[in-house]
Design a protein around this ligand. Structure first.
Ligand SMILES: [Fe+2]
Length: 348
């Protein structure tokens, strides 16, 4: 199985996994052979890519980070929560239950590295995004060996990080044209509005709501709302900022194309110490694969290869297989390959 961005799909490809709507309805089922109508449908609903099954990737097993059942339940719950934020007791129970379930599945999954996080559509973006940021935050919390109760608070904070967007007009959130200064200020207010709302209405730990307040602060002090700097920003704020940015980068939106994971990771490295906490970036690079399993790459010696294994010690040098002669190269550990570099990601 391998992930292929929607713009590289063509007729005759076989779908490797179900595609779901935010209500858990199967939009396209596993094993369907794609035709132009299906591909156009995927473009229309904003799916940035799908898993396909083909001869070059038939032996590559890409595990879900969390199960389809939990993801569908989590996305549906976040949708309800965003649409009826007033039901206090129910909301708290939901967030706590989801946080525990996400952590449990990630701990049991035992995958060392995360491949592609999720496939989302435009209509469920905000809910799927909250779930993805929670999943990534959990992965980082576990990798940092934070204690379990702390990770639960972190994941709850990640699930709720954009709750303040319920107070911003939807037309403004979806606006594709350049924003005015006033509009930008209004959108930026979602961090503080979400924090105030949660703090006033919910009896939850301070670290959880401070994470919501600070998820747009930058390590160099140029973020918002308070321009806090470095470790003056809470640990939750710094973790959620990084996970939020990564998931935004790899997502297709009305006004921007999705980055492939290696480009998103490059962006994170370029902003190491500016937007992001260098200590967290280090952990992130060990846990999130720039070349997810099944990625097709061009090497500097001209060979076309497919990623068959990732390695947390050097995530930019995976184990690969030549597509023509099936020779296997370990770009990290094979000393004869030190001069060979990855020069491109080829998706078709
Ligand atoms: Fe946000």
């Amino acid at each position: 199985m391998r992930y292929v961005p929607t713009f590289c799909l063509h007729e005759g490809m076989k779908l490797g996994r179900n595609i779901y709507s935010s209500d858990g309805i199967v939009l396209l089922a596993k094993d369907v052979i794609l035709n132009n109508e299906y591909i156009q449908g995927l473009v229309k609903v904003g799916v940035n890519g799908v898993y396909i099954e083909d001869t070059v990737s038939h032996d590559i097993i890409v595990k879900n980070v969390i199960s389809d059942e939990l993801r569908i339940h989590a996305v549906k719950s976040m949708k309800n929560l965003y649409n009826q934020p007033g039901d206090i007791a129910k909301t708290l129970n939901t967030v706590e239950y989801l946080a525990k379930s996400i952590i449990l599945e990630i701990v049991n999954n035992k995958s060392i590295m995360i491949n592609m996080v999720d496939i989302k559509t435009f209509d469920d973006y905000i809910y799927s995004h909250s779930v993805n940021v929670a999943v990534l935050s959990s992965v980082i919390g576990i990798a940092m060996h934070l204690d379990n109760r702390k990770i639960e608070k972190l994941v709850a904070s990640a699930l709720l990080h954009d709750i303040g967007k319920v107070f911003i007009p939807i037309s403004l959130l979806n606006k594709e044209e350049q924003l005015t200064k006033e509009e930008e200020t209004l959108i930026h207010s979602h961090a503080e509005k979400g924090y105030r709302y949660i703090k006033q209405h919910y009896n939850i730990p301070v670290t959880t709501y401070v994470g919501i307040l600070q998820h747009h602060e930058r390590f160099d002090g140029k973020g918002y709302p308070d321009g806090k700097k470095g470790e003056d920003i809470s640990q939750f704020g710094r973790i959620i900022c990084l996970c939020d940015a990564y998931d935004n980068l790899i997502s297709e939106k009305a006004d921007k194309k999705a980055y492939i994971p290696s480009d998103a990771i490059e962006y994170i490295m370029a902003n190491n110490g500016l937007i992001f906490d260098p200590k967290l970036v280090k952990v992130f690079l060990r846990r999130v694969a720039p070349y997810p399993l099944g990625s097709i790459l061009r090497l500097s010696n001209g060979e076309k290869v497919i990623v068959i294994e990732n390695n947390e010690h050097c995530s930019t040098r995976p184990k690969v297989r030549n597509l023509e002669n099936n020779k296997i190269y370990d770009l990290t550990y094979d000393t004869n390959l030190k001069n060979i570099t990855i020069i491109a990601v080829e998706n078709s």
